[in-house]
Design a protein around this ligand. Sequence first.
Ligand SMILES: Nc1ncnc2c1ncn2[C@@H]1O[C@H](COP(=O)(O)OP(=O)(O)OP(=O)(O)O)[C@@H](O)[C@H]1O
Ligand SMILES: [Mg+2]
Length: 427
Amino acid sequence: MKAKSSGLIVGISIGVVIGALLAIIGLLCFRFHRKRSQIGNSSSRRAATIPIRANGADSCTVLSDSSIGTESSRTSVHNGVSSWFGGPRKSHVVAASGILEYPYKDIQKATSNFTSTIGKGAFGSVYKAQMSTGETVAVKVLATDSKQGEKEFHTEVMLLGRLHHRNLVNLVGYCAEKGQHMLIYVYMSKGSLSSHLYSEKHELLSWNLRVQIALDVARGLEYLHDGAVPPVIHRDIKSSNILLDESMGARVADFGLSREDMINRNASNIQGTFGYLDPEYISTRAFTKKSDVYSFGVLLFELIAGRNPLQGLLELVELAALNTGGQVGWEEIADSRLDGNFDEQELNDMAALAHKCINRSPRKRPAMRDTVQVLSHILKTRHNKKHHKRSKSDVVITIGQSDRQSSMNSEHRRVESMDSIADSVDV
Ligand SMILES: Nc1ncnc2c1ncn2[C@@H]1O[C@H](COP(=O)(O)OP(=O)(O)OP(=O)(O)O)[C@@H](O)[C@H]1O
Ligand SMILES: [Mg+2]
């Protein structure tokens, strides 16, 4: 009897141990299966398209004006990760921007083996590239021995990849092969504002167009300051960094000196360009949004006077300010090539704004959104005056229409964007 019951106990114990073992094995199998399916899910998430972040009222998600196709030779960084970035974290950040990776050989061919030079700046050479798809782009090749350029490359890819606005020169891709680093931008067929202001080969920029350009730039900067998250300070606003598209729309180029942080107190070298630099920055080495506002003010005076800081622009402004008190009488500094063809009120309003922008005290300078309002108001008033005149002449007799048409044609045929007038705010 005793032997029978002890046999039963042994049997039950063995059964319990086997049961426990089976339960543990089952649990392990279950956990292993769950982990596998989790990995599967996350990799399919990675492969999914991550939308481009677009901020600000005027922002748009169009990557390029040069109508990018879907040709197979370019790889979206959503799918292919460049070895240049090294770590997976960085590549993920770039992937989120949605910019494209171009093969070196395609760029080489499109630039006729890097002979189609447009110009050369601190960053390196810029080439015009005719892609096999028919699109035209601008390729900026990083000078390999330039440390500053290397830094700019990383900064620009990260920043421009996620910033899209109709008044910014959008980055459409990059190439990082054979030890070369290249940035690929929308091609701006009409070149830089500085070339239009100072080169004989371009026809004179009319006053009307200068005000429109000022508003375009103000909008691009407003987006960087108030629309981008986190805000971006440009740090190098000047006429050679304002590029013009086919319809003479102005866009802000070169974010090479930009940083995501608002104030970079550790910068050892002075960044930016002589004459456009905020005096406050030179003494404190702290770049703020108001430093961009200062440079923008210099740019406005450049549009008014048709001369740059190297040609004594600021001395001229200082002298004129003594007479004008910052308000009226600015016409004395107007670009002589305009030959008096400007609206005096508009010129004085724009100069008064420019003067506020270059106030030595950053706190007294307007914000970019204020400059957009003032410039929109100038254009709105112009539009209203034109409209008023037109309806008056319509009553008398419909003459002068052909005159207006021909003056529109001679004025670079810029299509004055009605939305820029419509969304203006009274100040
Ligand atoms: N996207 C573009 N489309 C057309 N031309 C461009 C484009 N980007 C640059 N360029 C032209 O290439 C030339 C060199 O530009 P780059 O920005 O390298 O020099 P920069 O603006 O003169 O000086 P910095 O290096 O200080 O910006 C300029 O004449 C500019 O007009
Ligand atoms: Mg430039």
